[in-house]
Write a protein that binds this ligand. Sequence first.
Ligand code: HEC
Length: 311
Amino acid sequence: MRAALFGLLLCCALPAWPAPPPERIIRLAETPGEPPLDPAAAAWERAPAATLRLYPQATIAGGPGGEPLMLEARALRGGTRLALRLAWADAGENTYDVHATDRFADAVAVQFAPPGKTLPYVGMGEPGRAVSLWLWRAGRPPESLTAHGFGSLERGAAPIEAHARRSAGGWEVVLRGRVAAHAPVALAFAAWDGAEDGRAGRKRLSAWQALAAPTGALPASLREEARAGGDAARGERLYAKLGCAACHAPQAGLAPDLASAGDIHWPGYLRRSIREPSAFLVPGYAALMPAFPLQAEDIENLTAYLMKRPP
Ligand code: HEC
């Protein structure tokens, strides 16, 4: 009885998310030679599959709605080359057609976070914190790009290769390119469905995913970013008391809907957004959010609430 009670206390005293959930980790496998471009190559079996959720980008008006898209990602590194094998369901094949400017191609992009202990805003980086991207569009050569904020795409320096094939009801795409000696520590993924008129911001997007060692351990540099030790119930009360919903309720239309903030953001980003509201402005919104006089503990509790909030 006493042991059971102790167990209960122990269980509930622990933070709900001591580390990011498994879907925020992709385990990188090493291969002795060059990682394969062929999505059917046997070498891919060495790389554990991570199943990620890509959420409709909610901050864009007119973007796709509905359920998250499930994307399977595998990562293989050989020397300085990294290859990513991405597979997802997409019933209709929409390929780029130079003569049909009103139609859009199916596409997928990988975004690499710059080195550092904090992750930039997941939707195309932030001014001063550029992200690099690998973009594949059906029927076009792959492109290497950089971005430092929404709508700031530029051509990247390093060429990349891609190989795609249709699977039963979807795409299997391998993207391969060179990475710096220190492998990137976090990646995020976006997908566009040509059938939905998918282009630019009308996409589905994942949270940042840590590219972890084969053991699955979170890179040490991201531990602080993943830390979430607050009390969600206290955070919920504080959210009501401070009137956060006055702006953030979807019907208010003044600020991003935070109902699914925890699906797409890491605790570190949410903490910074509350502590220094206008240090980075979410694209499409004005600098309206006041800097609340909050104790560190309050910020932790609000963060825990936003990470756990059910949609
Ligand atoms: C007066 C309106 C207003 C109030 C009140 C307000 N916010 Fe905001 N908030 C905004 C706006 C506008 C943005 C988007 C622009 C920006 O990034 O500052 C934002 C952005 C955010 C973000 C980043 C969201 C994202 O999708 O990237 C978080 C997290 C956040 N607010 C949390 C809070 C919390 C917690 C409270 C209550 C303590 C609160 N806000 C109160 C207006 C407000």
